[in-house]
Every structure is written in C-alpha cells, then in structure tokens.
Design a binder for this molecule. Structure first.
Ligand SMILES: Cc1cc2nc3c(=O)[nH]c(=O)nc-3n(C[C@H](O)[C@H](O)[C@H](O)COP(=O)(O)OP(=O)(O)OC[C@H]3O[C@@H](n4cnc5c(N)ncnc54)[C@H](O)[C@@H]3O)c2cc1C
Length: 447
C-alpha cells in the first residue's frame, strides 16, 4: 500500500520481456507503468516473426494480454522514450523507484561496408523494416514503406532471421510466377513447401523460370548460428550442433528452393545510376572465430536487391550511454544500467536477439526438433517463447530483489506518479480498460 511506502516502477517496452517483468513485479506488490511506443504491445511477435506463424502469434498475444491486464499494471501505449519522454528526465526527475528497459533490439546491425547508408532504399534494404512490411503489407491502412521482392535478390546473413527473409522472397516469387501461369496458390500453401504446392497443381517448379534468391554467409555452413550448443560444450555436442545446422539449411533449401554460398564476405558495392546493383564479395578462410579474406578472391554478385540480415541490436536512445552496439549493462544475470543505480534491462535489449542458450530450453534434442519446426513452419514453437520468457523472468526476479532494497516512495511521490501515468494515458486517448483499447487499435484485417 502507498501509505506504508511502496515502489512504483516504469517498464519501457510491453512485449514478451516487458510484460513478463511487469507481471512479476506486480505479483510482488510493486506498482508498474508499462510504456510502449506502439499502439499494440506485441513487439517482435507481431512485427518480427513472419506472419505464417499464425497460431504461435495468437497464443503469444494472448499471454502478453493476460500479463498486462494484471492488477497493479498500467499500460501506456503510443509513448516513445526518446521522442515523447526524455530518458534522462524519466530516470532522474520523475521519481520512479526503478526504470526497466525492455525495449528489445530493433536496429539492424550495419552491413559493415563503408557507405552502405547511401544505398538504403536504393537497392539495399535491412531485415527489420522488410519483415515489418511483410507482416503488415496487406492491411488496408498500412502506410509504411513498400518493398519489391525480385527474383535473384541477394540476402546477406546466416541466422534464423535471414532464413525467414529468403523464405519470404521465395514465397513471393513463386506466388507471382504461379499467378502468371494462371494458378492462385496462397502463401500458407507455399509455406508448407514450394515443390509440393506446385506439384499439387501439376506444375514442376523448374518450369516456372524462377532462378531463386541467394543467401550468402561469411563463415562455413556448419557455423551458421541457426542452432547453438549448450554452455561449455563437449566436442561431441559441437559436432551434433554443426550437423543440426546443416540439416536445417538443407531442409529450408529443399522446401524453399533458394541458393546458398558459404564463406562470402561483402567488401564493396556495384552501383549503377546511383543505385545498388549488387555486391563485391571475397571468399573467406575461417579458423576458430576468425574470418579472413582470401587474397585475390574478389568477385561480383549482381542482384536487383540486396537485403542485409546480420543481426538486431538495441536502438540508440538519446541520453543512453552505449558501449559499441549495446547499452552499458553490468551483467546479463542482473543487468543494471551502469550510469544509474536504479535502471535495469531485461530481454533482447540486454544482448540482442540470438543469445538464448540451449540450456534454457529443456534439452538440445527438443531444441533441435523445435528449430526444424521453425524452418519448416509447422508445429509448436512455445518452448522458444518459454525460453525468452524464462530469461526475462530470471532477470526481472533479480531486478525485483534489488528494487526491494531501494528506498520506498512516500505517499505524495506515489500519488504524483499515479497522476503522471493517468495524464500519459489520457494524452493518447487510452480512456478505459486494456481490452477495449486493444479492440479499438487492432486493424480489422490484421493477419
Ligand atoms: C524460432 C525462434 C527463435 C527465437 N530465438 C530467440 C533468441 O535467440 N533470442 C531471444 O532473445 N529470443 C528468441 N526468440 C523469442 C522471441 O522472439 C524474442 O526473444 C522476444 O520476442 C523478444 O522480446 P522482447 O520483449 O525482449 O523484445 P521485443 O519483442 O522487441 O519488444 C520490445 C518492445 O519495446 C518497444 N519499444 C522499443 N523501443 C521503445 C521506446 N523507445 N519506447 C517505448 N517502447 C519501445 C517495442 O515497440 C516492443 O514492443 C525466438 C523465437 C522464436 C520463435
């Protein structure tokens, strides 16, 4: 109760990590305001996981809803830290007991070739806006950028997200080619496997003339970060993980018919009329974690579009100190933001995506099975979310223990924060309850 001195915590970002942290804090009697930049709170689940994962997305939306509706949690949508609220002001002057950053990893890692910025949307596209477009492009009110999906697009990547990107391209290419042959096949049918979808209409995929998009990766095929070994792996576990990676790539290529080249590193651009017309790449030699260009191996890969999918890192927020691509958190178990004793992080914002260790999912065998399901678009993915949730919960637990050692707020301070939260909600028209808000802001044709 406020009268006894209570804590009030601001959580930035309302998706998996933010909602898990908010629920855990609220269950411990801590009052929580969850500040989210978007109208809807689902983060990477809605805007990053491709829309063919229909059931998984619905399930996870439901979990996030259930958490954010818990007593003691206020949802503040359409409010962006760094635009609507100054981060330093929030941390230093508003009076929250603690601030938890749960704002994920939304900035694409730079392609790494000097001058890449000059070609964005002139032949070069990054993965995050591309998948956002793909997930929302069929909504009547979608007003964002639109992207082409030409055959022979070149994708730079190697992780799960880059497989998603090349898969999107291939689904679009075959849907178009089939349609030109007078055959309408849905994305959902093609997603089950392009050869089987074509054969169901008596068409051989080769007869459609699609050359296929090309995925390039800078290391060897068995190094692709599609699956991860457990911590402190044995040589046997490393060998198994490498086999799983190769199997996943094989499965994905069989189903979606894309081309692949390992050990290719972008080093320059092919430019025509101010637009990117492809990449200059070199072959590489790898030893351990080192990747070295092979002298004299430069080649040109022409492509109508280049998509860079080499990882997501946190967006720079004005006033937030960074070390390289990341905010300055002290550790991964209790991620405290170094410059402020009462600011913490949970989820993807701490380490970016791709760092869930296999140990968090029941066993490596289960993980491998899940990853295959992910590639082939079937089956249960809930263990992945369970891993993301469990990591966020572990961090939130450590954060909540630390918060309880901080001085509680006086009743007047608490009331002042309640008033601020109400004003923020009123500002964006959040007038009644969570369910009514979600119903109001969900596009009727959201896929
Ligand atoms: C096959 C598969 C593999 C997966 N692999 C991994 C993995 O390797 N690693 C991993 O961590 N997870 C993985 N996941 C799980 C999951 O996709 C993500 O972990 C999880 O969605 C990330 O949640 P988050 O809340 O940390 O970040 P997000 O979902 O990105 O949520 C952040 C939220 O913060 C909001 N936000 C951002 N900036 C601001 C701001 N300035 N002000 C206010 N709000 C803001 C965003 O709008 C968003 O809603 C995987 C899932 C699947 C299905």
């Amino acid at each position: 109760m406020a009268e006894n001195g209570q804590h009030f915590v601001a959580v930035i970002g309302a998706a998996i990590s933010g909602s898990v942290a908010a629920e855990l804090l609220a269950e411990r009697g801590i009052r929580v305001a969850v500040i989210e930049q978007n109208k809807r709170p689902y983060g990477k689940i809605e805007d990053g996981l491709p829309r063919w994962h229909v059931e998984q997305r619905k399930q996870e939306y439901h979990h996030i809803d259930e958490r954010l509706k818990k007593p003691g949690i206020s949802f503040i949508p359409c409010t962006k830290i760094g635009r609507d609220i100054d981060f330093q002001d929030l941390c230093s002057n508003w009076g929250f007991s603690a601030v938890i950053l749960a704002n994920g990893a939304w900035r694409d890692r730079d392609l790494g070739v000097p001058g890449a910025g000059d070609y964005v949307d002139k032949g070069l596209v990054y993965q995050n806006p591309f998948i956002y477009w793909y997930n929302h492009k069929n909504e009547r009110d979608y007003r964002g950028p639109r992207y082409g999906t030409p055959d022979e697009t070149l994708v730079v990547g190697g992780g799960l997200a880059s497989i998603d990107v090349v898969k999107v391209l291939q689904l679009e290419n075959y849907e178009r080619a089939l349609s030109e042959h007078g055959v309408q096949v849905s994305m959902h049918d093609l997603e089950k496997g392009i050869p089987s979808a074509c054969e169901a209409h008596g068409i051989r995929p080769e007869s459609l003339g699609v050359k296929g998009c090309l995925l390039i990766y800078r290391r060897r095929e068995p190094d692709m970060p599609l699956a991860h070994p457990p911590d402190n792996p044995t040589p046997n576990q490393i060998a198994k993980t490498e086999q799983v990676r190769q199997k996943m790539l094989r499965l994905a290529r069989e189903k979606y018919l894309f081309r692949f080249q390992e050990r290719r590193l972008p080093v320059g651009f092919l430019v025509e009329d101010g637009r990117l017309a492809g990449l200059k790449v070199v072959e590489t030699r790898t030893s351990g974690r080192n990747v070295e260009p092979v002298p004299g191996s430069e080649q040109e890969i022409r492509a109508p579009l280049v998509i860079s999918s080499i990882g997501s890192v946190p967006e720079a927020l004005p006033g937030v100190a960074m070390k390289g691509d990341y905010y300055t958190f002290t550790s991964e178990d209790l991620p405290r933001y170094a410059p402020h004793g009462h600011v913490f992080g949970v989820g993807n914002v701490v380490t970016g995506q791709g760092n869930i260790r296999v140990s968090l999912v029941h066993s490596q065998k289960v993980t491998n099975h899940l990853i295959e399901n992910y590639i082939t678009g079937k089956g249960e993915l809930s263990a992945f979310y369970a891993a993301a949730e469990s990591r966020a919960a572990g961090q939130a637990q450590a954060v909540s223990e630390r918060i309880q050692t901080l001085p509680a707020l006086a009743p007047a301070e608490f009331t002042a924060l309640e008033n601020r939260v109400r004003k923020l909600q009123e500002r964006v028209g959040y007038a009644s309850d969570y369910d009514s808000w979600i119903a109001k802001v969900t596009p009727p044709d959201l896929e």
